[in-house]
Design a protein around this ligand. Structure first.
Ligand code: SAM
Length: 254
């Protein structure tokens, strides 16, 4: 905090009426909220962003802030660049780091496990034939569906579903399981078997950790368990936005 701001703050806290102090605190909170809502939606500058985009962005922010959201905490977990929505983890940059252009082709079928607000699914859909995003949080699904409709993407379906109950008749070329394995709470061997049953032979699991600094040993052991179930690592890398995370592209070989 700068010197002048610090002096003003100390002065108000010392001599200000308690009601004035609580008013200023509330004002700061709401200004902060307005800043969070308005600025990200105005990247590019009014009126270059169409009013419809602003309306959708505001509705999404409203849903996000008025429901009990754990992921992202006052910030979206994922960004959505077409609407200028900032997030904890930038979607387009993640797609580049994961190698979506190599992993996904026009015939690809993609499953996004724990699709959150759907931004990674929608990004995958730009390259794929079909994408299914499964998510247990209905408010996040509402946001995902709102985004999908707004940008007019027809090859994505968002389903309210827990991963352990998901079945499909057609198998997938790519399964995205980013920062989600821990939340599913399935033993790793069962998880690997399930992933394998959903993937085509030669299909790829993109498997990403939660905070790698804390969980490196556990995550590497999980990767080894998946490899033991009939996969080989064809790529790996790290992302470093909110936390250091490691990911592997694991191809089904048996
Ligand atoms: C840390 S976020 C990761 C979101 C997304 N995979 C990404 O990397 O941007 C985990 C997400 O998985 C969802 N989730 C948790 N348990 C799940 C389950 N059993 N089945 C499907 N989704 C689940 C959560 O609601 C949350 O949106």
């Amino acid at each position: 905090m700068t010197g002048v701001r610090q002096i003003a703050r100390d002065w108000i806290l010392r001599y200000g009426h308690p009601k004035l102090i609580s008013f200023l605190r509330a004002a700061r909170r709401y200004l902060h909220l307005a800043y969070r809502i308005v600025i990200p939606t105005q990247r590019g500058g009014w009126p270059r962003i169409p009013a419809a985009d602003h309306r959708v962005a505001a509705a999404i922010w409203f849903k996000f802030l008025t429901t009990d959201q754990y992921f992202g905490r006052l910030q979206f977990y994922q960004s959505f660049e077409p609407l200028g929505l900032a997030g904890q983890r930038p979607t387009e940059e993640r797609a580049r780091l994961y190698g979506f252009d190599t992993l996904i082709g026009p015939a690809s079928r993609v499953l996004d496990v724990g699709s959150n607000m759907g931004c990674i699914s929608l990004e995958a859909a730009r390259r794929a034939r079909e994408v299914i995003g499964i998510e247990i949080n209905e408010d996040l699904l509402w946001i995902a569906e709102k985004l999908r409709k707004h940008v007019g993407v027809a090859n994505v379906r968002f389903l309210r579903m827990s991963f352990d109950r998901f079945e499909d008749v057609e198998r997938f070329d790519l399964i995205l399981a980013s920062a989600v394995r821990r939340w599913i709470g399935m033993p790793i061997d069962a998880f690997a078997v399930r992933i394998k049953s959903l993937l085509k032979p030669g299909g790829v699991l993109l498997f990403e950790s939660n905070n790698y600094r804390d969980l490196a040993e556990e995550f590497e052991a999980e990767v080894q368990a998946i490899v033991g179930a009939g996969f080989e690592a064809v790529n790996s890398g790290t992302t470093h936005f909110d936390a250091l995370r490691k990911f592997y592209a694991l191809r089904r070989i048996t």
